[in-house]
Design a protein around this ligand. Structure first.
Ligand SMILES: C[S@@+](CC[C@H](N)C(=O)[O-])C[C@H]1O[C@@H](n2cnc3c(N)ncnc32)[C@H](O)[C@@H]1O
Length: 309
């Protein structure tokens, strides 16, 4: 496995690569080429060196991701260059995911505060939320939604932003993650409709019921954990790993969700790489596996009447 690199040598190399850059477009281009040489792992918001360079430059220089058309020709000062070099060196030498270094992540077109208390937002749920769950959910109703295993709160909070009439409970077993989620509730000013609840799955939810339960739970097996790139070791283990070959939390969701769904309610769960294992173990359930235009797989949908009571 590739080990972190020495920061002094890196600073010299990246400075050499970027010296003389005059505009943002060229900075992103040259930085992308530099990142390519360093075998970083991309999986925390970008999936290639060029997009990582773009995210890194825009974050370091506090440029507007929504206004790219007008920014490419912006001049780059020496102070700008120092900010980009510093962030690049930290990204490569620590192999830390970029969002943990910048403190911000983008999800469903929205900005979220992020740090090592919670998983870096990256779920394909973002696309589903931007589509307002079409064609699966009738969003004309005032929906009650539960985001189980919420982490930073990204899924539940984004759902509340895209569905302004929904009431959303967001649940996590980690108090640290919930503190961060509360910061994100304040950031998006949705505190009147989004409530953070500390609970081990449904334990503290009594007889609360929802129209829609959405969840990106932990589902990585102990074996897979051992071979994950260094970047993933900065994320809370409890956010990634689940017992029983990654199936433990998903199994509980399948067993207990019906008791917390209203009639005609729906459960949607991301299970990523364990899709086949879930399918095999629960072969009798009529899973609907969702398709995504922007990438991502391993997300199933089940109606309440198809779930075990
Ligand atoms: C894969 S992360 C997902 C975070 C967030 N939903 C996202 O998509 O970025 C899983 C989350 O589940 C939480 N978790 C793990 N076991 C749990 C349990 N038994 N009850 C509630 N939350 C749990 C972890 O603390 C972590 O925040």
């Amino acid at each position: 496995m590739k080990q972190p690199e020495d920061s002094q040598i890196l600073t010299r190399d990246v400075y050499g690569q970027l010296a003389g850059v005059v505009a943002v477009a060229e900075l992103v281009e040259r930085l992308g080429s530099f990142l390519e040489l360093h075998e970083l792992h991309y999986g925390h918001g970008t999936d290639n060196p060029r997009d990582e360079a773009y995210a890194l430059v825009f974050s370091a220089l506090k440029l507007d991701f929504a206004d790219t058309d007008n920014i490419w020709d912006n001049p780059v000062s020496q102070a700008d260059l120092r900010l980009v070099i510093d962030l690049t060196v930290r990204r490569i030498s620590k192999r830390m995911p970029l969002p943990y270094l910048t403190g911000e992540a983008w999800f469903a077109g929205l900005g979220f505060r992020i740090d090592e208390r919670a998983l870096v937002p990256r779920s394909p749920f973002a696309e589903l939320i931007k589509r307002r769950f079409a064609p699966w959910i009738d969003v004309r109703r005032e929906l009650k939604i539960l985001d189980m295993c919420t982490g930073s709160g990204c899924i539940g909070i984004a759902a509340s932003v895209y569905l302004p009439h929904a009431a959303v409970d967001i649940v996590d077993i980690s108090r640290e993650a919930l503190d961060l989620a509360r910061q994100n509730i304040d950031l998006h000013r949705v505190g009147d409709r989004v409530m953070a609840i500390h609970s081990n799955l449904f334990e503290s939810l009594d007889d609360k019921r929802y129209d829609l339960i959405i969840s990106n739970p932990p589902y990585v097996s102990a074996d897979s954990m051992a071979s994950l790139p260094i970047e993933y070791r900065y994320e809370p283990k409890i956010a990634l790993q689940a017992g029983d070959g990654g199936m433990a939390v998903v199994d509980m969701l399948l067993q207990q969700s019906a008791g917390h769904l209203n009639d005609n309610g729906t459960l949607i769960v991301e299970v990523g790489e364990i899709e086949q294992a879930v399918h095999r173990r629960h072969a009798r359930l009529p899973f609907i596996w969702l398709e995504f235009e922007c990438g991502g797989e391993g997300v199933f949908l089940l109606h309440k009447e198809d779930l075990p009571e």
